[in-house]
Design a binder for this molecule. Structure first.
Ligand code: NOJ
Length: 444
């Protein structure tokens, strides 16, 4: 398999996110984000890690963008920390913060890399969380003003925009399960956050369309093929529920279909409560591309003891399936399966794989990391992707997650996803074998 097998127009890139790499949590006038405060107080992050220095991308962005170029990628995807440009979440912009992203963008352009900006990659300004964050009605106006600020500030030089990163990720982990910032729990918080998020993704798209000439606008979704453990009716029922939650909850409103209420009566109750049928039109936006981010399939079985969803994950290691250092099942087959599922929607925009990668227990030995498992992971997923392309699916590109080991949310610095190994004492980066593999692959 060669990169050229994907065709001359296929887009190859690599992604990072502000809270995971930047550090400089209080430098240059930045306000605190919910990840700064959650890390400091929640006790829920491995080894009590905090993102205040992270990879120090804030000071090392030139070196990192040079590495992207060296590897041969064409796209560099990064996110804007809302609290860096608007320390209080709204109101007066912070000129220093705005300047930082100008420098990042200019460095990309100078190195002939195409910048893709993610507007929201999970790091809400803490000041807005004080108002209720994504559960509060007021979030939509604040988000829209933030989008407008960025569009006006950078839109004349950046044409590729991603409104949200994995809305199911932050609404479920952050507002239902309490495992991520801001650490809220319960269905009421979750559904309120979901609804304001579904409005934000479409409003954000519309603002970009009106403020940025020739904009190419997308948004991203996490997705996982959901497999019932057996073909018992109960296992199949809970697999359908989890599919509604994990795969359908945000794409369907964006496509103008509203929430997938017909397949789960709980969602219908929520639909009535928020009177969302009246907002179906506002939740729709014709995106130019949809970013899909897949890491693993999920096998679920019925368990009546689990409240509400009544589903239980059957872990890959218990089924003796190959898995990554995170315990996530490795399956190119089901990667292809879930992309086919999304591609089957009528009026589905072109798909970009906006994140894919794997964490393993890498060891740095004499400056080298021999991460053969990660190379095997990429080969398997890319071969599956090539098959889909050859079937004629409209897939425009693929972005690796991620450039360097970074702050992996509740995993702290324990999960290493990078093509470069980060020494978190010195912040020195070391190219892993997988990085060298990508360099050769992209040249092929
Ligand atoms: C999805 C998220 O967008 C990203 O921030 C995270 O690090 C990766 N998945 C790996 O978990």
């Amino acid at each position: 398999m060669k990169a050229s097998d994907f065709g001359p127009d296929f887009l190859w890139g690599i992604a990072v996110a502000a809270a995971q790499v930047e550090g400089a949590a209080l430098e240059g006038g930045k306000g605190l984000s919910i990840w700064d405060t959650f890390a400091a107080r929640s006790g829920k992050i491995k080894k009590a890690a905090v993102p205040s220095v992270a990879c120090d991308f804030y000071h090392r962005y030139k070196e990192d963008i040079t590495a992207v170029k060296f590897l041969g990628f064409k796209i560099f995807r990064f996110s804007i920390a809302w609290s860096r440009v608007l320390p209080a979440g709204r109101g007066l912009p912070n000129q220093d913060g705005l300047g930082f992203y100008h420098r990042v963008i200019d460095e990309c352009l100078q190195q002939c890399l195409v910048p893709y900006i993610t507007l929201y990659h999970w790091d809400l300004p803490d000041a807005l969380e004080q108002e209720g964050g994504w559960t509060a009605f007021s979030i939509n106006e604040a988000f829209n003003n933030f989008v407008k600020l960025c569009a006006v500030e950078y839109g004349y030089k950046v044409k590729h925009w991603i409104v949200l990163n994995e809305p199911f990720g932050y609404t479920s982990l952050g507002y239902m399960l309490g495992m991520h910032a801001p650490g809220k729990t319960g269905l009421n918080n979750f559904f309120a956050a979901v609804h304001h998020t579904a409005l934000a993704q479409a409003d954000g798209g519309r603002i970009l369309r009106s403020e940025v000439s020739k904009a190419h606008i997308g948004t991203t979704y996490s997705c996982s093929k959901i497999l019932p453990h057996t073909n018992s009716p109960n296992d199949e029922l809970v697999a359908r529920r989890i599919d509604c939650l994990m795969n359908r909850l945000f794409i369907e409103p964006a496509l103008g279909l509203g929430y997938p209420t017909a397949d789960w009566e709980l969602l219908e109750r929520f639909n009535v409560r928020f009177a969302t049928w009246r907002l179906t039109a506002r939740m729709r936006f014709d995106f130019d591309f949809i970013g899909l981010q897949n890491y693993f399939p999920l096998t679920v079985k019925y368990n009546p003891l689990i409240p509400v969803i009544q589903a239980w994950e059957v872990k890959a290691k218990n089924r003796k399936r190959p898995h990554t250092g995170m315990g996530w099942e490795v399956s190119g087959l089901h990667f292809a399966g879930i992309i086919r599922q999304f591609a089957a929607y009528e009026n589905m925009p072109p798909i970009m794989i906006s994140e894919n990668g794997a964490a393993y227990h890498d060891k740095l030995i004499s400056g080298r990391v021999h991460d053969d498992e990660r190379v095997a992971f990429f080969k398997e997923y890319l071969a599956a992707l090539l098959e889909l392309k050859n079937e004629g699916l409209n897939i425009s590109g693929y972005l690796v997650w991620t450039l360097m080991d970074n702050f992996e949310w509740a995993e702290g610095y324990q999960a290493r996803f990078g093509l470069m190994y980060t020494d978190f004492k010195t912040r020195e980066r070391f190219m892993k074998d997988s990085g060298h593999w990508w360099k050769d692959f992209l040249a092929s």
